[in-house]
Write a protein that binds this ligand. Structure first.
Ligand SMILES: Cc1cc2nc3c(=O)[nH]c(=O)nc-3n(C[C@H](O)[C@H](O)[C@H](O)COP(=O)(O)OP(=O)(O)OC[C@H]3O[C@@H](n4cnc5c(N)ncnc54)[C@H](O)[C@@H]3O)c2cc1C
Ligand code: SF4
Length: 505
């Protein structure tokens, strides 16, 4: 095991780690050594060829199919230089004020987060797409919302030179998405921060981390590591964990920090989500154009958010329940499908948590509460209304019985379409494991708070009892953010970096 000495080591290079890396570049200018360790490889835009299954295995942990302990939910998170920002869609929303107030983290004010968020909004070129770049899948959503009485908002997105290839979640082949791999990490590196890829941290010690640097397999895409393969021990004045909700709590638990931090791994939430599809009579543009331009925010009132989306064929097939001719017919109708992603704003509960097995592998316990299921049911009913109001003939809705909702059949029912939707879409039809639910907004596990009895860190990401150890990623959220999380993670990571700069000075 080789020994390396640095001033600050950052574990992970996603939304949190990339932000910290850039914000610590002034320390390098002051003569210090800042190192980022990232277990995924560094990819070039040309590596992203859009081949669905190949890209999924290359860019996501477990190919995007990481399963919760009971096998009912898949969790999607990236592993690459840039972390999940390489595969995210780039929708960019600030934290809702009411959520930050509910978190009640001492010293963490919404005004402070908003000011930092604005900095990253500018840096990431966040803007609204012009009307001519909105595809029909999105237009139909807006039309449907208008007729069904829902207010659709346009998503600000962080693009530069988007060419509408709709491949965002498989890595942007055009370099348009402004993830940390495009903005913060290159700036950090040009400021002297070192980034080592294919470097997996396997343990945290007092002011040190142990890391294994891997070699690229023959034919594998992505650049080789900047360091020789093998084991290293990195000693540092400051250790910053930005390995994400699936990485940071697990690393701490595996390294023995759990005994003094009883809240470690707790507070896991994920905005569980599934797609609904509406079949139109004519072809629509769904797989051309930026996929996610509009949303409906009913988080405060009904606990759900609806987003436009475009799932790739394999994922769509997996998400449609059932099999045989009915399933095949829907897949054949792919060019005529309108899609809505339903997200529930789940709440932290004692049973849902991140932990590790004996080998140190992350395990997530996640059960659907009755409250979360009710939110999904309400979201499904709302989506079905929007699809029909937009002109869809049939809707495939997993929590409906039967799952296929035919407009004419529903309209002819004694109570009419709406009453029939309520009757057919019920909580009892939501059967975990039979409905394909996935989540990409992974939050919690190292939640912020007052002291070790209610949290893992304070409002500056300082791990209670260890001033040399910080957390700067989505695991800091004490509860669900109820909106797309990456900008808030960047704002929090910016705060953590500010605290480190002050302490190191
Ligand atoms: C498909 C998809 C679409 C999304 N779309 C949006 C969106 O449009 N808008 C939005 O706001 N959010 C979106 N998100 C969520 C957003 O991307 C994440 O919330 C955010 O990137 C999380 O930031 P993070 O720093 O916590 O973790 P990540 O960005 O996941 O970064 C963690 C990094 O740590 C590395 N790591 C983990 N363990 C180790 C270890 N032991 N050693 C070294 N490195 C390690 C990982 O490889 C990874 O690179 C999306 C997510 C996905 C998966
Ligand atoms: S739609 Fe735009 S941002 Fe998404 S992959 Fe295509 S070019 Fe990149």
């Amino acid at each position: 095991m080789r020994d390396v000495r640095v001033d600050v080591v950052v574990v992970g290079s996603g939304a949190g780690g990339g932000t910290v890396a850039q914000a610590l570049a002034p320390l390098v200018a002051a003569g210090m050594r800042v190192l980022v360790l990232e277990r995924g490889p560094r990819f070039a835009d040309t590596d992203f060829d859009g081949a669905e299954t190949a890209m999924a295995s290359m860019l996501y942990a477990d190919g995007g199919g990481f399963l919760t302990a009971d096998g009912t939910t898949t969790l999607a998170f990236g592993r690459a230089y840039g972390g999940s920002t390489v595969v995210y869609t780039g929708t960019s929303l600030p934290a809702p004020e009411r959520v930050i107030a509910d978190w009640a983290v001492p010293g963490l004010g919404h005004g402070d987060l908003l000011a930092r968020t604005r900095r990253y909004v500018a840096e990431n070129n966040v803007h609204l797409l012009p009307d001519e770049e909105i595809n029909e899948n999105n237009r139909l959503f807006v039309e449907g919302c208008r007729s069904a009485g829902y207010q659709a908002h346009q998503f600000p997105v962080n693009l530069r030179g988007c060419r509408g290839s709709s491949l965002c979640n498989l890595g942007c082949p055009n370099g348009a998405k402004q993830g940390t791999h495009k903005v913060q990490l290159p700036r950090a590196e040009s400021g002297g921060v070192e980034v080592v890829t294919r470097a997996e941290v396997i343990g945290i010690e007092e002011r040190a981390v142990r890391v294994m640097v891997g070699a690229a397999s023959p034919g594998e895409r992505g650049a080789p590591s900047e360091w020789e393969p093998g084991g290293y021990r990195i000693r540092a004045e400051m250790v910053v964990l930005a390995a994400g909700t699936m990485g940071s709590p697990g690393l701490l638990l595996h390294s023995g920090f759990g005994a003094a931090l009883p809240r470690l791994g707790h507070g896991f939430t994920c905005h569980p989500a599934f797609i609904l599809v509406g079949e139109h009579e004519r072809e629509i543009t769904n797989d051309v154009g930026h996929p996610k331009s509009f949303y409906v925010d009913r988080a405060e009132e009904e606990g759900f958010v609806l987003e436009t989306c475009m799932y790739f064929p394999f994922v769509t097939a997996k998400n449609l329940t059932g099999m045989g001719p009915e399933h095949a017919a829907f897949m054949e109708a792919f060019p005529r499908l309108q899609m809505i992603l339903v997200l529930a704003c789940d709440k932290a509960t004692p049973q849902n948590r991140v932990t590790v097995d004996r080998a140190g592998k992350t395990v997530v316990y996640y059960r659907y509460t009755a409250d979360t299921v009710e939110k999904m049911v309400a979201a499904t009913r709302a989506s079905a209304k929007i699809f029909f109001a937009a002109g869809a003939r049939r809707v495939h809705a997993p929590p409906a019985h039967p799952t296929l909702l035919d407009r004419d059949v529903l309209a002819a029912a004694p109570g009419g379409l709406e009453a029939e939707l309520t009757r057919r879409i019920q909580a009892r039809h939501f059967q975990p494991g039979r409905i394909s639910v996935s989540a990409a907004h992974l939050m919690g596990g190292c939640g912020m708070g007052r002291d070790a009895s209610d949290s893992v860190t304070d409002g500056w990401g300082r791990v209670h009892g260890h001033r040399w150890l910080r957390v700067a990623d989505g695991s800091l959220f004490p509860d669900s953010i109820e909106i797309n999380p990456y900008l808030t993670i960047m704002a929090l990571a910016d705060r953590v970096a500010e605290g480190i700069r002050e302490d190191m000075a």
